[in-house]
Design a protein around this ligand. Structure first.
Ligand code: HEM
Length: 448
């Protein structure tokens, strides 16, 4: 299919995502083809590249994601943007997200074993507790008020949950807020040099790590966060945390992970742990900070769904699945073809960049009837928001638990929620991010 390549820039130009996502364009393209070839022009916020295949339909996305021997996560990493240098590529390749079996399988198994059912049950109990305390803090004894849903409600939940997973003092969680902003918001002036962490609070480990925080240059730009040098403070923190947990293990997931012995290759090395820490601090954080407001936007635009979950809390789990589909917090992931192959009739060459669009797959009319509708009773709801195949999201269960807890609590505690200004979106072609969502709320009368 011949496409107007200028018109396709909206599929990858980070600036255009500040205005919203190209759902109509994707629907039109998906109607005619399962995948398209996209040139990568150099744009003010995009370095350009050799171009990529964009996979648009649900079945073909699954085909790519499940077949790691043909569609590699390792060869070129998993980001749409190519690593700038061979060293940068070698650096990201050390992360499990960017590995193929069998290296990937070993690390993934160690991590899965660390999430014991006891540890997960404990985390889920904590999640319920965090949801209540976040809403208590917002209501603060008042009948009505205004707040920023992103800052005051959504962003703290994943940080608190990560602090529990890592077994670290809660005050240190704002370091993870800053790190995730730097990595995911590297193109956004509001996020790229985030520094919310209060130097006077937090643990000794945090203070030690802060000494390694890179400084912005004269234009306010931080070093590239997808290099080790760009995240020295994170690595210093992870290193000190691992040493501490090995000396004084707790009952948190990280202590369990670091104590494990793997038959084939010994236990997790400190270097492997540092890279896992990076992945969790970013993957377990920004995704929910965007997914929770995305769910709220869906409810604001569909008041009947909000009223339904208020009246029937048992609808919350289905509503959360539909929020994940409708919003799709992570829009794309990349693979690289390891050999010449064919997908839906298109010839793909060895080394080609193949990008799966979760956003497009989640609106594929072949799988979801009336995909533009937000239907909290949709059944089945086989969205791909957590990916598919060997890299399926390791935090999916915890992510769903956090969303259920927050929306359950919101529906229980608030009579009404309305937007007071339009949301502001993140400048990113990777995460469907919400930077602010100002709301006015009215609490339910006690006992109502
Ligand atoms: C709504 C929230 C979330 C979304 C939409 C999401 C999405 C995803 C997706 C699409 C992948 C697959 C990547 C690929 O195929 O290359 C993934 C992987 C991953 N996610 Fe999540 N995620 C979320 C929350 C979390 C949380 C809370 C954690 C940790 C606590 C987490 C940890 C991970 C890890 C470690 C991987 C890598 C798995 C691997 O390489 O085997 N995610 N996530």
């Amino acid at each position: 299919m011949d496409c107007d390549q200028k018109a396709l820039e909206c599929l990858y130009d980070p600036l255009s995502f500040e205005q919203g996502v190209p759902l109509d364009e994707l629907a039109e393209l998906r109607r005619d083809a399962a995948l398209i070839r996209v040139e990568e022009h150099t744009l003010p916020q995009w370095p350009g590249g050799e171009g990529f295949w964009l996979v648009l339909r649900h079945a073909e996305c699954m085909q790519v994601l499940k077949n790691a021997s043909v569609y590699s996560s390792h060869l070129g990493g998993t980001q749409l943007r190519d690593p700038a240098t061979p060293d940068d590529l070698a650096y990201v390749q050390k992360m499990m997200l960017n590995m193929d079996p069998p290296e990937h399988t070993r690390l993934r198994r160690l991590l899965i074993n660390a999430f014991t059912s006891k540890a997960v049950a404990q985390l889920e109990t904590q999640i319920e507790h965090h949801a209540k305390s976040i809403i208590d803090r917002v209501i603060d004894g008042r009948v009505q008020g205004e707040c920023d849903f992103v800052k005051d409600i959504a962003s703290d939940m994943p940080l608190l949950c990560l602090a529990d997973i890592f077994g670290l003092p809660q005050e240190d969680r704002y370091l993870m807020f800053d790190w995730a902003n730097r990595v995911i918001g590297y193109q956004d002036p509001d996020y790229k040099s985030s520094s919310a962490f209060d130097r006077d609070r937090g643990s000794d480990i945090a203070r030690e790590a802060l000494k390694r925080r890179p400084e912005p240059d004269e234009q306010g730009n931080m070093p590239d966060p997808r290099t080790r040098g760009g995240m020295e403070d994170l690595y210093a923190y992870a290193h000190l945390l691992a040493e501490y947990k090995r000396r004084q293990p707790g009952d948190d997931v990280v202590s369990i992970l670091l104590a494990q012995v793997d038959d084939e290759a010994g236990r997790v090395s400190i270097e492997e742990f540092e890279n896992m820490f990076w992945l969790f601090a970013v993957a377990g954080n920004e995704t929910l900070r965007n997914g929770i407001p995305g769910g709220m936007i869906a409810l604001l635009e569909h008041p009947q769904a909000w009223r339904a979950i208020q009246a029937q809390p048992e609808l919350v789990p289905g509503a959360v699945e539909e929020m994940l589909r409708w919003w799709t917090p992570v829009m794309v992931f990349r693979r690289t073809a390891s050999c010449d192959t064919e997908l839906a009739g298109s010839r793909i060459g060895a080394g080609d960049k193949v990008v799966v669009s979760f956003l497009s797959a989640n609106y594929d009319e072949r799988v979801f009837s009336n995909p533009m509708d937000f239907d909290i009773r949709r059944e089945p709801n086989d969205h791909l928001s957590f990916g598919y195949g060997p890299h399926f999201c390791l935090g999916a269960q915890l992510a769903v638990a956090q969303m259920r807890a927050i929306f359950g609590e919101l529906a229980r505690r608030f009579e009404s929620i309305e937007a007071t200004a339009p949301p502001r979106y993140l400048r990113s072609n990777f995460q469907r991010g919400v930077k602010s969502l100002p709301i006015r709320w009215r609490a339910r009368a006690k006992g109502a």
